[in-house]
Design a binder for this molecule. Sequence first.
Ligand SMILES: O=C(O)CCC(=O)C(=O)O
Ligand SMILES: [Fe+2]
Length: 235
Amino acid sequence: MNMDDDKIIDEFWENGFIIFENFFGASLMDEYNHKILEHYGVNPNWEHTNEFITKSAVEVVPWFPYREGKRYFDRINDDKHFNSITDLILRDGWENLYCMMMFSKAGSKGQAWHQDCPPDDKEKFNLNRLVYTHDITEETGGEIVIFPGTHKAGILSIGVPSEDLEGQLVFRPKKGTIIFLHGHCWHKVMPVKKDRISSNFRAVPKGTPEDITDICVYRNMLYQFSTSQVLKERK
Ligand SMILES: O=C(O)CCC(=O)C(=O)O
Ligand SMILES: [Fe+2]
């Protein structure tokens, strides 16, 4: 292990996230961005050709390509460097959880503060491995906001779902940037001004239940995806 490896490990476990800019090349990102837009029915001129996307009130539309047997993104999924950083962070072994693409329409709200899974057991969490296939800018909106160190702070505070919090950091990842983010670390996505894509290659420490991300913690509720139910109001 070299110095840089130690730094990566320390930074991740100190802050609950670590960012690498220009990790993936522009041409790969363009190719993958195009593939994702194609799936959602958005043509290269960035117009919706998919009626569902145009009409639905759904703000974030997920897509799990590997669950459909579409291994379109193996050059990320199987990338040695990408996975070796995962090895550093999850030292005792890890497994792929799933690959999830997220599409948010222009004009949508983004995402309120959340933890991807309840922090009841600090050993059980998802590791987000976010890959940005296009620039997030002031014009596009959809900044990712992270509250450093909160993977060690227990359950997300109760309060107004999206309000700014003292201590938060706002990021505008560029094309090819990756973010490793601990699922207990508090994060949100700012309002989306132009159609937005993000992709996430989620991993978990070995032995973590497969449904670890079924319940998401928000400032006003616990929400269960599998049943589309509010499990508990928080106030
Ligand atoms: O789209 C993003 O930048 C972050 C999405 C998110 O909250 C997640 O993947 O858990
Ligand atoms: Fe999240």
